[in-house]
Design a protein around this ligand. Structure first.
Ligand code: 5GP
Ligand code: ZN
Length: 116
């Protein structure tokens, strides 16, 4: 999608600190990390939010979740633990309208999964 910042990162039109990539997903460091480890797990397909998922996305959604343990291992947080969460819509504090999972860890995290 033309004006989507995450689509531009996926297309390598703007730089990001990429940590992992396969045919369907891209993982990169959050530009404003709120924890020692704060990575974003993004499908390459532009999907605006959880609310926009269709049955066509079932396999992709499964793929995203199933890759979390590997990504957590790469981040070095597989043993100490981490939070994975998705903000959705205005009350959910979603800022970028391209579906993404936050993976945060590297230190003890407290309280709700608020990132800003
Ligand atoms: P949201 O609030 O939409 O769930 O989270 C969007 C996240 O994307 C924020 O944590 C923000 O710091 C991050 N972000 C926004 N723009 C960029 C960018 O251009 N590059 C990277 N790496 N992260 C970004
Ligand atoms: Zn997008």
């Amino acid at each position: 999608m033309e004006d989507c910042i995450f689509c531009k990162i996926v297309a390598k039109q703007i730089p990001a600190d990429i940590k992992f990539e396969d045919n369907e997903i891209l993982v990169f460091k959050d530009i404003a990390p709120k924890a020692k480890i704060h990575w974003l797990v993004v499908p390459k397909k532009h999907i605006p939010s959880l609310q926009a998922l269709t049955s066509e996305d079932s396999k992709l959604a499964g793929h995203l979740i199933m890759n979390i343990p590997t990504i957590a291992f790469k981040a070095g947080v597989n043993e100490t633990g981490y939070k994975v969460f998705m903000n959705t819509g205005p009350h959910g504090e979603q800022v970028v309208p391209h579906i993404h999972m936050h993976l945060m860890g590297g230190e003890p995290l407290h309280g709700p999964t608020r990132v800003s």
